[in-house]
Write a protein that binds this ligand. Sequence first.
Ligand code: PEP
Ligand code: MG
Length: 328
Amino acid sequence: RRANLAVLRDLPAVTKDGVPIELMINAGLREDVAALDLTGARGIGLFRTEFQFLVSATLPQRERQQRLYRDVLDAAGDRPVIFRTVDIGGDKALPYMTVDDEALEENPAMGWRALRLALEREGLLKVQARALIEAAAGRTLNVMFPMVSEPWEYEAARQLFVGQRAWLASRGKKLPAAIRYGAMLEVPGLVETLDLMLPHLDFLSIGTNDLTQFLFAADRAHPRLAERYDWLSPIVMRYIARVVKLVSGTKVALGVCGEMGGRPLEAMALLGVGIERLSITPAGVAPVKAMIRSLDLAALRTDMPAILARPSSDPRGQYRAWAKANGV
Ligand code: PEP
Ligand code: MG
């Protein structure tokens, strides 16, 4: 297969039975954008803006943020980029950001992080909103909010962007041609009120790294737990199937941007439950595309209910067996 990588880059990500799959990459640094050309991915499905904050010695000012976002958009050209607003706080603490003693955390992953922090440090989010809106002048801006736990949080963040766009317009600034808004589904409970958010969303991206850590109540960074719960467990796959069902029939574009999508067997299972957009690590693009091109998706979807219904201590083995039996 190795020899085929260069050839694969220019081949479409379409299943054997003709279903096109959107393959995008995850990125976070200016340099990562080069991976678009190297992999032939359709765009950047997750740009982690906190990377710039994490590698800086001081809080990046608006001009620096804006320059980065513009450089990324320039390099991406016609290919879409989804910018995720900062996911800082918790374990991604910034040395230059002062936190009061009360905020010292025993469980940082479940702590004051991401959108929770950004909605309270509104100045930070406003600066980022302006940087993104100005950087995308004349183009489409795709913004995504991390760790949304309740619909009102998403709505508050979206309104903040709407307000900053209006403010920039009043100052005569050139605006994006369109702004598309999305949320990450990483906090499992959000699914219970997803219907309330769907009318206000352009896209929804399932972050399976955090989602699985919260579904299993198992720290994603704990070495003893890392191998213990499988992404292919019916707990994860049934959850995602449920989200697919809730979103289907709406105009919301649903995808997965967690690491699991970058592995062929996991990606196959995701396609099996109805996911058709993946944003993955650049190294995963070729192997996942090879899987896609060898897959009879209709056959997998026919067998999927049985796979999800069968009790098994080895769910991975079930998918492996299916792949082998079906020439994937
Ligand atoms: C996720 O949680 O799945 C995700 C994509 O975000 P991050 O890995 O940056 O937390
Ligand atoms: Mg996450």
